[in-house]
Design a binder for this molecule. Structure first.
Ligand code: C2O
Ligand code: CU
Ligand code: CU
Length: 565
């Protein structure tokens, strides 16, 4: 029997005979203060007793320390790359300037130090950091680089919530990985059959018989978790990606897609001496989500290597919780209210952007190919959107593919307006930076682009399935400050992109203006009045060919040649 199948059988036996050979849950160390030092390094780690696995980690062999940041504080982070290759470190969910964001445009070559300095502007919540080099994100994350960020602030500190790190406030990085026979981590694999929390396989933790807080992060490359407790006891979600909810939301199941975070409270009061299990109830996942019995919305859509896998479509343990005596200082009640949450007003949005997810090659084999946003693959040289600083915008995202994609945007937190026209459930009405969009679903969210602009360095938006992201399901946007340079704007602000185009063309211009579209023979085929500086024109009904866009302002026209596929 190969090592791998030995472990498979071993773990399956374990699931059947609970309570045997459990490993104490690793709790990452914390780092706080004004200057933080992070060293990216190669290492080895024993996931399995007798095997040593080559890994990547931060200040250690696997994962990274939990950064504890105070809102309003200025922090200087020295990120030293001691890997033998280039990478980046992105602060997922933090609202920082593009040059500090750690996306693909700020590489850290080997043996160099990157030093972002920024003020923490975020709400109290759970964020994370991970590499983001284009086409390498999955490899660097899978091999072990990921860490949590906890932001603290007075509004949260005033609430009666557990916040004793590692005691009643537990960081949990949920991941699945695939290992080969020698114990090496296999990247870009759909055979991720080993589940781990904080790099601990089959973990157990002692928790006090009182209210405890779990900070859940889905740090898996692809897999969604469907969280629940083995006794079906309700738990309470208190925070979504970007901060606290208005009030705790009672639930027995929580779907957590890659990139998403949720803080939950468990009431273990009166359970001293008992054990309970945090589970993923994947058997209840609808098809069309990675982790369900079928990853595609229709069972004919298969994904190479996906089955058999004991984690797909079956319920499995994430964490064994052994309940101990309560502490004197503990929290014993679930609070009834948290913070006031106020979303932006739809009437203040000046732009609606339409994003469409499609498979590169439609049909039953689509899950094995790449996915596109507005029919484009990521190109480091192409800026997909230029967003005026201060804009409030609605993003309307349509998934016309057979699998659910967790959509993530940098720079901002957003509020979900609706899913297929319906207001989301209470636990999705808080601040978010990742939203899972199911097959054939349309999600609209509202957000505002504030504080930071940069003419050269864009922010990213992408699918947080790391295989899809690395395969080009990503785009980028600049946030530009137009307010200071009106004169410059008048001269050469008009831009028409993308070019060539397949469906949706954006005309960025001067308001008000008038656009006329002529075909190659000089015939007027369409026209449009522009009432905002940015308008999207749907060209899907036009035949392929060359078109001329005349953008009129003050009686003057600028002419753009556009190729439509
Ligand atoms: Cu979690 Cu663009 O990343
Ligand atoms: Cu991010
Ligand atoms: Cu995707």
């Amino acid at each position: 029997m190969s090592v791998k199948s030995f472990y498979k059988v071993f773990f399956l036996t374990l699931f059947a005979t609970r309570g045997f050979a459990q490993n104490p849950l690793l709790i990452p160390e914390t780092l706080s203060g004004v200057t933080l030092h992070l060293t990216l390094q190669n290492g080895t780690y024993s996931f399995f007793d007798d095997l040593s696995t080559p890994t990547m980690g931060v200040n250690g062999n696997i994962l990274g320390p939990t950064l504890i940041l105070d809102q309003g504080q200025e922090v200087s982070i020295q990120v030293t790359n001691q890997l033998e290759e280039t990478t980046t470190i992105h602060w997922h969910g933090l609202h920082v300037a593009p040059e500090n964001d750690g996306g693909p445009h700020t590489p850290i070559p080997p043996n160099t130090t990157w030093n972002p300095v920024f003020t923490v502007l975020d709400k109290a919540g759970t964020y994370w950091y991970h590499p983001h080099l284009h086409e390498k994100t999955n490899e660097h994350v899978s091999k072990g680089i990921a860490g949590m960020i906890i932001v603290r602030e007075p509004e949260e500190a005033a609430l009666a919530l557990p916040r004793n790190y590692g005691v009643d406030d537990i960081p949990m990085v949920l991941q699945t990985k695939d290992f080969d026979e020698e114990g090496q981590i296999v990247v870009h694999s759909n055979q991720d059959d080993i589940v781990m929390v904080n790099a601990t396989i089959d973990p157990v933790i002692n928790l006090p018989a009182q209210v405890v807080r779990l900070r859940l992060l889905n740090g898996a490359s692809q897999r969604a978790f469907h969280i629940g407790l083995s006794n079906n006891q309700p738990f309470f979600q208190i925070a979504s990606d970007g901060g606290l909810l208005a009030a705790p939301v009672s639930m027995t199941r929580l779907l957590l897609a890659p990139g998403e975070r949720a803080e939950i409270l468990l009431d273990l009061g009166g359970m001293n001496g008992q054990s309970t299990y945090l589970m993923s109830y994947a058997s209840e996942l609808p098809n069309g989500i990675y982790g369900a019995s079928s990853p595609g919305m229709a069972p004919v859509m298969t994904l190479d290597g996906y089955n058999p896998n004991p984690l797909n479509g079956t319920n499995f343990e994430l964490l064994q919780i052994d309940v101990q005596e309560a502490q004197e200082e503990g929290v014993f009640e679930i609070p009834s209210a948290l913070v006031s949450v106020s979303a932006w007003n739809e009437a203040d949005a000046t732009v609606t952007r339409n994003l469409l997810f499609t498979p590169a090659s439609p049909g039953p084999n689509q899950l094995n190919g790449s996915f596109r946003i507005n029919n484009q693959s990521f190109d480091l040289q192409v800026v997909n959107y230029t967003i005026p600083l201060g804009n409030t915008e609605i993003w309307e995202i349509r998934n016309q593919s057979g699998i659910a994609h967790p959509f993530h945007i940098h720079d901002v937190q957003f509020y979900i307006l609706d899913r297929n026209g319906v207001q989301p459930p209470a636990h999705e009405r808080g601040r978010k930076d990742v939203v899972l969009i199911r097959p054939m679903e349309t999600v609209r969210f509202i957000t505002k682009f504030e504080n930071f602009s940069n003419e050269d360095i864009p922010y990213m938006y992408h699918c947080h399935l790391l295989t899809h992201e690395d395969d080009g399901m990503m785009g980028q946007f600049l946030v530009v400050d137009n307010t200071t340079s009106t004169a410059e704007l008048r001269e050469n602000v008009v831009r028409v992109y993308p070019n060539p185009v397949t469906d949706i063309l954006t005309v960025q211009g001067i308001s008000p203006s008038h656009v006329e579209i002529y075909d190659a023979l000089g015939r007027l085929v369409d026209q449009k009045e522009m009432s905002t500086v940015l308008e999207e024109i749907d060209l899907s009904s036009l035949a392929a060919g060359v078109f001329y866009f005349h953008v009129f302002h003050d009686g003057q026209a600028q002419i753009f040649k556009v190729i439509k596929y």
